[in-house]
Design a protein around this ligand. Structure first.
Ligand SMILES: *Cc1c(COP(=O)(O)O)cnc(C)c1O
Length: 403
């Protein structure tokens, strides 16, 4: 392939793979091996010393996994990428890499439930503190930074409230202070948002979600803008903590990733149709979708995202009882956590993804008992709308009977 900047849609399919060095195989082969044999003792010595290219042991690198890493590096506009066994393995690797005992991590106002759990562990064991702060204006970001702030950890849009972080403002403050920025880009995928182009230093994904898109892999990816840092990460926390991705999961991800752009276009189109339906539904009190012009950070959304994504959260009239009754009334839409799959999924953050977050923190994050999150799938929207409509109707009838 000629060395030129190819478009993301093309990179998703071709980057990082040369069929000529793999017996002309069109599909990336699966190197399902734990270790690699050296031609002789000296070759082994040279590989360990870093004087000779080549594989050693799959925790240190595997050719199938390497193809995925190269491809992800390209589509997030980074200089290095590492694949992990889960999104949380990627989150923990970068946080361990960037912090030491006594440091402080400045976070967006909401973060993934298990990331919150990890921060609690780091606090209890190593005295690493964190703050969950709205990151919209430069002033509020400046004020939240402490002398011991080691990194700014951001989710945008925030799970599950769809609040945004102003990446431009975060980057302005962080570059003045020399603090690295990590962005969890899972909700947007590289197709809709590229934080490294907006001043972030690291971007990570739960590859379990849109990158794979088929609900059959748990994985994570970390991409960085500095080649040396990424190489150091590979040789230290990734190698020594060991949360690597298996070759088979990488192989599935390479396959799933090839349709990312097509899937995302349909997720977005379907989400917009469901949004229009929900906006007219009287039992829906509040809707959260970044590209809804009523969204409080709509201006930021259109500036930093190409589209609003495939997730919609909404508050149903009532509380936990009504939210659960609504979920139970759905038939086509599946009750499940995770997101980004072909199937439309619904979940109740207060009792599911964010159940481990104490109520006080949940309230601060804006996660009420009547909040539901929809991961809009790839089905025909007529069928999805019919399912939603009958569920709203059923909940209304049940409530009338009680009264
Ligand atoms: C799912 C998810 C994670 C964690 O990823 P796993 O692959 O489940 O470990 C982190 N951040 C966000 C936003 C997620 O949705």
């Amino acid at each position: 392939m000629k060395k030129q900047n190819i478009k993301m849609e093309t990179a998703i399919i071709h980057k990082g793979y040369e069929s000529a060095v793999h017996h002309d195989s069109l599909a990336t082969p699966l190197y399902q091996t734990s270790t690699f044999s050296f031609a002789n003792a000296e070759e082994g010595e040279n590989r360990f010393a870093g004087n000779s290219e080549g594989n050693i042991y799959s925790r240190l690198g595997n050719p199938t996994v390497r193809v995925l890493e190269e491809r992800m590096k390209e589509i997030e506009y980074g200089k290095g990428a590492l694949a992990f066994g889960s999104g949380m393995a990627a989150v923990s690797a970068i946080l361990v890499y960037l912090t030491k005992a006594g440091d402080h991590i400045l976070c967006s106002r909401g973060i993934y439930g298990c990331t919150f759990g990890l921060l609690e562990i780091m606090n209890e064991k190593y005295g690493i503190t964190h703050d969950l702060v709205s990151l919209i204006t430069e002033e509020e970001i400046e004020q939240a930074i402490r002398p011991e702030t080691a990194c700014i950890y951001v989710e945008t849009p925030i799970n599950p409230t769809m609040e945004l972080v102003n990446l431009e403002a975060v980057a302005a403050v962080a570059s003045r202070r020399g603090i690295p920025i990590v962005v969890d880009n899972t909700f947007s995928s590289p197709y809709l948002q590229n934080p490294l182009l907006m001043g972030a230093d690291y971007v990570l994904h739960s590859a379990t979600k849109y990158l794979n898109g088929h609900g059959d892999v748990v994985g994570g990816i970390l991409i960085g803008k500095d080649e040396e840092e990424m190489s150091r990460l590979r040789k230290t926390v990734q190698k020594d903590m060991g949360g690597i991705m298996s070759p088979f999961d990488a192989w599935l991800l390479i396959r799933g990733l090839k349709t990312l752009h097509i899937r995302m276009d349909r997720h977005v189109a379907n989400a917009k149709k469901l949004l229009a339906f929900l906006q007219k539904e009287p039992s829906v009190k509040q809707i959260y979708y970044p590209f809804d012009s009523a969204h409080p950070q709509y201006d930021i959304a259109v500036k930093q995202m190409r589209e609003g994504g495939g997730l919609i959260s909404f508050e149903i009239e009532g509380g936990k009882k009504e939210a659960q009754a609504f979920m139970n009334a759905l038939s086509l839409i599946k009750i499940a956590v995770s997101l980004g799959d072909a199937e439309t999924l619904v979940q109740h953050p207060a009792t599911m993804t964010h159940a481990a977050v104490p109520k006080k923190e949940r309230d601060a994050m804006g996660i009420s008992d009547s909040l539901l999150r929809l991961s809009v799938g790839l089905e025909h929207t007529d069928d999805l709308i019919e399912d939603l409509a009958q569920a709203f109707e059923k909940v209304k009838l049940e409530l009338q009977e009680i009264q």
